[in-house]
Design a protein. Structure first.
Length: 331
C-alpha cells in the first residue's frame, strides 16, 4: 500500500439534534473533522500508511483530535500543538426542504494563525507517494496561500504526486482570489478534484451546453500536467433525498459511475471527502478507471449513512456495497 501525507485544518464539530434549531439547542453532539483529515481516515481505512500534518490547540480538545485520528490508524507524527484555540463549527441539521446550516468559528485558530512552515519538509515528504491538500487551506489567510504553494513545490521536488481538491468555500474567499490561486497551484498538481462549476467560475472556462467531459478536457488543456480529474454530480430532491453519480477523467477518457439514490441521508457532510479518498485509493491500488470511479462513488454514498465527518468503511465493505443491488440483511 501507499504512503500518504494529508495536510489541513481539523476542527471540532458541534451538531444539534435533527429537528432542533441551534439557537434552541440544550445539547450538541461532538465530532472532529476537516476535509483533508477525512480523506486521511478513508485512506487509512483502506490499508494505506497515512500521516496527517496540522496544528491543534495544546489542550483537551487538541488531545481529542489526536485520539480521533489514532483511532482510525492515522499517524500523528506531524500533528503539531501550540497555545491557542481549535477551530470549531456548528451544524443545524436540515430536514425535507430545509437545508442544513453550518456556522463556522475558525478565525484565529492555532492552525489559521501559522505564518511559517513548522515541519522539516525533507522529513515530511521522505518516502511519500502522495501529498494531499485542498483549497480550504489557502483560503484561510494570505500566509496560507504562500505556505500551500511552498508545500506543493516541496512535495514535487521530493518526487511525490500532488492531490488537490478545489473545495471552494465562498465564506472564506472570493471566486477571483480562488481562481488566482488555482492558476499558481494547479501546475504542481497530478490528481485534481474539480468539476464543471470550478471550471466555469474559478478557471474562466466558457459555459456551454455540454457534458462534464468537455470541461475536463478544457481544464487539461490549461494544465496538461494533471493526470486525473474527478467530481460528483448531485441531484437534490430534498435534504434527505439525493441522487449521486461520480465521473473520472483519465487518459483522455471520461468514466461515469452508476447513479445512486440516497434515501434517507443521515449526514451529508464529508461525502465529497469520502469520494476523494475512494478515487485516490483506486489510483494508488492500480484499479482500472471504471472500477475506481465505481468504488469512489460507492464510498461517498456510504458516508451519507453515518453520523460525523469521516467515512467509517473498509475497502471490502465498500466493494460489497458497490456490487449489491439490495439492502437485505448481511448475515
Amino acid at each position: 500500500m501507499a504512503k500518504i501525507v494529508c495536510l489541513g485544518e481539523i476542527m471540532m464539530r458541534l451538531t444539534a439534534e435533527a429537528g432542533t434549531r441551534l439557537n434552541q439547542a440544550s445539547q450538541l453532539a461532538v465530532y472532529y473533522g476537516g476535509g483533508e483529515a477525512n480523506v486521511a481516515i478513508s485512506l487509512a481505512n483502506y490499508g494505506h500508511q497515512v500521516s496527517y500534518a496540522s496544528k491543534v490547540a495544546d489542550n483537551a480538545f487538541g488531545q481529542a483530535v489526536k485520539n480521533h485520528l489514532r483511532s482510525y490508524g492515522v499517524s500523528i507524527d506531524f500533528l503539531l500543538s501550540g497555545t491557542g484555540r481549535l477551530g470549531t463549527y456548528y451544524v443545524e441539521q436540515g430536514i425535507g426542504q430545509k437545508a442544513t446550516k453550518v456556522v463556522y468559528d475558525r478565525q484565529g485558530s492555532v492552525f489559521a494563525l501559522m505564518d511559517e512552515l513548522e515541519w522539516d519538509l525533507k522529513e515530511l515528504f521522505a518516502g511519500i507517494d502522495v501529498f494531499h491538500v485542498s483549497g480550504i487551506t489557502p483560503a484561510l489567510s494570505g500566509n496560507w496561500r504562500q505556505l500551500t504553494l511552498q508545500l506543493m513545490q516541496a512535495a514535487k521536488a521530493a518526487g511525490c504526486k500532488v492531490s488537490f481538491d478545489c473545495n471552494y468555500r465562498q465564506t472564506l474567499w472570493s471566486q477571483e482570489d480562488a481562481g488566482e490561486f488555482l492558476q499558481q497551484a494547479l501546475p504542481y498538481v497530478d490528481y485534481c478534484s474539480a468539476g464543471r462549476l470550478d471550471a466555469i467560475y474559478l478557471l474562466g472556462i466558457k459555459e456551454v451546453d455540454a457534458e462534464v467531459a468537455h470541461y475536463y478536457q478544457a481544464m487539461q488543456q490549461l494544465f496538461p500536467t494533471i493526470d486525473v480529474f474527478f467530481s460528483t454530480n448531485r441531484k437534490i430532491h430534498s435534504t434527505s433525498v439525493n441522487e449521486l453519480q461520480g465521473t473520472l477523467w483519465f487518459e483522455g477518457q471520461c468514466y461515469t459511475s452508476k447513479n445512486y439514490g440516497i434515501d434517507p441521508i443521515v449526514d451529508r457532510i464529508g461525502g465529497g471527502d469520502a469520494f476523494t479518498g475512494g478515487v485516490l485509493h483506486g489510483l494508488l491500488s492500480g484499479k482500472a478507471a471504471q472500477e475506481t470511479i465505481e468504488f469512489a462513488t460507492a464510498a461517498s454514498v456510504l458516508k451519507h449513512f453515518v453520523n460525523g465527518d469521516c467515512n467509517q468503511y473498509t475497502e471490502a465493505e465498500v466493494i460489497q456495497f458497490a456490487n449489491s443491488d439490495s439492502a437485505k440483511i448481511s448475515r
